[in-house]
Design a protein around this ligand. Structure first.
Ligand code: ZN
Length: 100
């Protein structure tokens, strides 16, 4: 097929194929938690690496964001915004250290 592609042929969730850094999580997480979450420290459950949330490698889409460890590439946390709520999946994170 050589014709122009249409939206119907290729529905998209606007996935960014280039990763971003964890600072993009500041809006959703910072708003929900009321702190600057980018300086919070997470420990990766996969390799134990401790890193600031702002250092995570983030793949963002309209469905939500997946933040991966900069050391081993495992998923550390997932964030999705559903209407007024923020859903946070921390299964890949052994510790999340938040400063008051
Ligand atoms: Zn890791």
């Amino acid at each position: 097929m050589t014709g122009p592609h249409t939206e119907q042929e290729h529905p998209t969730y606007a996935v960014h194929d280039r990763p971003l850094d964890g600072n993009v999580l500041a809006g959703a997480l910072g708003g929900a938690l009321g702190i600057d979450v980018t300086v919070a420290v997470v420990a990766c459950a996969g390799c134990g690496r401790r890193q600031a949330v702002g250092e995570l490698v983030v793949y963002a889409s309209a469905m939500g964001s997946v933040a991966r460890c900069r050391g081993c590439g495992d998923v550390v946390l997932r964030v999705a915004e559903v209407r007024e709520d923020v859903l946070l999946d921390l299964r890949g994170c052994s510790v999340l250290r938040l400063s008051r």
